[in-house]
Structure formats: structure tokens, C-alpha cells
Design a protein around this ligand. Structure first.
Ligand code: PLP
Length: 396
């Protein structure tokens, strides 16, 4: 069969590869502890499931949904943004429900990029920003984010010839994989930059509700003039532990949202309506689950950071997100360390290079692992460390 070049050039998705490795080991009867994917282990709260079950029984919800979502869902999303961030949105023109935010993140490239256009993407970064760009013949230009710049890109250092071809800037705070956060000042400057260079900002904010120590992340939509230059992707996945139900949203600039809705109406037939009703319940119902989950994640964060630091893997506790971004021990590349942990003690962590070349020297650990398994994983990592006795000297 002759496949399209775009498929032949497409690497296997990072977590598909990791799941394959885990499955192989489990098939051999090995017990693997995975700090891999950021998929909440705590179930969707019961009141949301209850609404989903009720809605599933109603025959009106057995038919094709509208691809632009139920008006009640768009209204509930707009009300949530108003309540949480003080941002007002027109539910008909500035809100697009998505089949999970990953779907919208990939499809927005079809709306904003022609072949040869550039999208600015941070390195490290969530892989779908550059995958979507490449799939439409666009070119990612990587902005390095490092601890020295608090994992925020320096927008003033992008060469003029790159800016001339740039149509999109991808940002994501709280950040996957680094756990870094951005404040309103950064977003205000990004809006000014985008307005000056006629660039659309796509901000991805699925972790805005996963935060610790009382910290409250801001939304890109709160920046002065954000709606003139961009949109924000958001998700029910991490806020309400609804990864399996596949529902998210894009909000912001009416022209871009309209383009996304038009594109999607030609590609998909919307989100199953029972799931849309569950999402409305999530937004409008009790919100206690968010704090409850964050307390659990915070405890896990502290346990992991403490263990890793004791092992000599330099790690700072993130203020938000589901991830710990840790330096690998001297003498190891990200992949070598990842493979060694899996081979020697059956622990899966994600190599930093899965998020871009600049992720070299780091691994990512997810907080979405049940407490007992987490403790088992940490004790195995400590065993790994003890078995090395001293860390290998740095390669020269
Ligand atoms: N954006 C980021 C930064 C993510 O880390 C993820 C998932 O891990 C997504 C988007 C996709 O989320 P979903 O498609 O479940 O809404």
C-alpha cells in the first residue's frame, strides 16, 4: 500500500510507544510501576457520572449531536470563564466545544496555517503543537524554554525572517512537561507581541485548575486584548478527571473560533450529547472535587520531589500541573536513564526528549498514580539509586 508521505513521516505518538513497552513487560509477568501518562487515577466525581447515566437513557441523546455543541454547554462554559477568571465570552461566537482539547489542538492548524507557514512552539512542549503544524505542511520554529528563563520563551529573540513567516504562537501554562507557570504580565506582553507581528496565539490551559499551596493560575484570556489576538484551549480531562469521556473547549477570538467550528463541522459530528450534559454538570455542580484532588496531588508531589532530591535528581516542586520535571543523574541521557529504570526496577518515567530535543537531561513523572503504587515506585527508585551506590561520573 502506498501511504501519504505525511503519515510515513509521522513518528509513533510518545505514549503509544510507552504503553507498548509496558504491555510487553506485563505480558512477561513483570510488575511495572508507571509514572508515565498524565491520566488522573481518581474516578470522575459521582454526581457527574450520575448525570451522564441519566442523559444516556434519554433517546434524544442517542442521535447525532450538533458539531458546535449544545447551546446550554456553550453557555455553561462562558459562565464558568466569567466566574473563575472574570472573562466574559459570547457563548455563540466565542466558544467551541471539542472532542477533548487534543482534537482541537491538532485541527486548529488546518484553520491557521498554509504550507510553508511557521508556528512558534516551545521546546520542550506538548508534542501535538508541532505534530498538527507538520501535518498541514507548516514549519515549527522552536523556542527554547529553560530553568534560567523560568521556562518562559523569550519572544524578543526570534529572528525577523522567522517572524515574517510566523502565523501562530503556541503557549501552554501551567506547562506540560515542566510544571512552569506564567503570570498575567507575561501574557500581556505576549498579546502585545502577537498584535505587533500579526500572529495568532493559541494558549493551551488544561492544567489551570490543578494547582498547589493555594496558588491560582491565570487564564491567557485575562490578558489585555487577548481576544483580539488569540484563543485558549481548555479541557474537562484534568479538572474533573474526565479524560476517558473526551470533552474540551476552545474559547476566544470569534473569527478563529468560527473557522474552527466550520472546519470541525466538516470533519466530525460533535460530542455525544450525554457527555455534553455530564460536562454541564461538571461546570455547574459542586466544585469541592477540585480542592480534594489537588490536596492528593500535592501530597504526592511532595513525596516524589523529596525522594528524587535525596537521589540527587535535582527537582523543584511545581506550583501547578500534574508533572514533576526532574534532572537525570550525571552520566545518563534521558533515554538511558529511562531505560535503566525500566530494566533494573520496572519503573516507567517519560524521557524529556519525548517533548523536544531541549528536554534532554530531564525526565517527567506524572502525579496521577494511586498512593500505594506511587510509594512502591519511589521505593524502587531509591533501590535503583542505592544499587548504584554513587552516581556514575559525568561523561566527557
Ligand atoms: N494539552 C496538554 C498540555 C496536555 O498535557 C494534554 C493531555 O495530556 C492535552 C492538551 C489533551 O487533553 P485532552 O485531549 O484530554 O483534553
Amino acid at each position: 500500500m502506498r501511504l501519504a508521505r505525511r503519515v510515513e513521516n509521522l513518528p509513533p505518538y510518545l505514549f503509544v510507544e510507552i504503553s507498548r513497552k509496558i504491555a510487553e513487560r506485563k505480558a512477561r509477568g513483570e510488575d511495572v510501576v508507571s509514572f508515565g501518562i498524565g491520566d488522573p487515577d481518581i474516578p470522575t466525581p459521582p454526581h457527574i457520572i450520575e448525570r451522564l447515566c441519566q442523559a444516556a437513557r434519554e433517546s434524544a441523546n442517542h442521535r447525532y449531536p450538533e458539531s458546535e455543541g449544545l447551546p446550554e454547554l456553550r453557555k455553561a462554559i462562558a459562565e464558568w470563564y466569567e466566574k473563575r477568571f472574570g472573562v466574559s465570552l459570547d457563548p455563540d461566537k466565542e466558544v467551541a466545544p471539542l472532542i477533548g482539547s487534543k482534537e482541537g489542538i491538532a485541527h486548529i492548524a488546518l484553520c491557521l496555517l498554509d504550507p510553508g507557514d511557521t508556528a512558534l512552539v516551545t521546546d520542550p512542549g506538548y508534542p501535538v503543537y508541532s505534530i498538527g503544524t507538520n501535518l498541514v505542511g507548516g514549519r515549527p520554529y522552536y523556542l527554547l524554554i529553560t530553568p534560567e528563563n523560568n521556562f518562559l520563551p523569550d519572544l524578543n529573540r526570534i529572528p525577523e525572517n522567522v517572524l515574517q513567516k510566523t502565523k501562530v504562537l503556541w503557549l501552554n501554562y501551567p506547562n506540560n512537561p515542566t510544571g512552569a507557570v506564567a503570570d498575567l504580565d507575561f501574557f500581556n506582553k505576549a498579546v502585545e507581541f502577537a498584535a505587533k507581528h500579526n500572529i495568532c496565539i493559541c494558549h493551551d490551559g488544561p492544567y489551570s485548575e490543578v494547582a498547589f499551596d493555594g496558588y491560582q493560575p491565570v487564564s491567557f484570556m485575562q490578558a489585555q486584548g487577548a481576544k483580539n489576538v488569540g484563543i485558549e484551549f481548555h479541557s474537562f480531562s484534568k479538572t474533573y478527571n474526565m479524560t476517558g469521556w473526551r470533552i474540551g473547549m476552545a474559547v476566544g477570538n470569534a473569527e478563529v473560533i468560527d473557522a474552527l467550528k466550520t472546519m470541525k463541522s466538516n470533519l466530525d459530528s460533535g460530542i455525544p450529547q450525554a457527555i455534553q450534559y455530564a460536562a454541564i454538570e461538571a461546570l455547574k455542580g459542586p466544585q469541592d472535587c477540585i480542592k480534594e484532588h489537588n490536596d492528593i496531588y500535592q501530597r504526592r508531589r511532595d513525596l516524589i520531589v523529596d525522594t528524587l532530591n535525596k537521589m540527587g535528581l535535582e527537582t523543584k516542586p511545581p506550583k501547578a500541573s500534574l508533572y514533576i520535571w526532574a534532572k537525570v543523574p550525571n552520566g545518563y541521557t534521558s533515554v538511558e536513564f529511562t531505560n535503566d529504570l525500566l530494566d533494573k526496577v520496572g519503573v516507567v518515567v517519560t524521557p524529556g526528549t519525548g517533548y523536544g530535543r531541549n528536554g534532554e537531561g530531564y525526565v517527567r513523572l506524572s502525579l496521577t498514580i494511586p498512593d500505594a503504587t506511587l510509594l512502591k515506585g519511589l521505593s524502587r527508585m531509591a533501590q535503583w539509586h542505592d544499587s548504584k551506590n554513587i552516581l556514575r561520573p559525568k561523561k566527557v
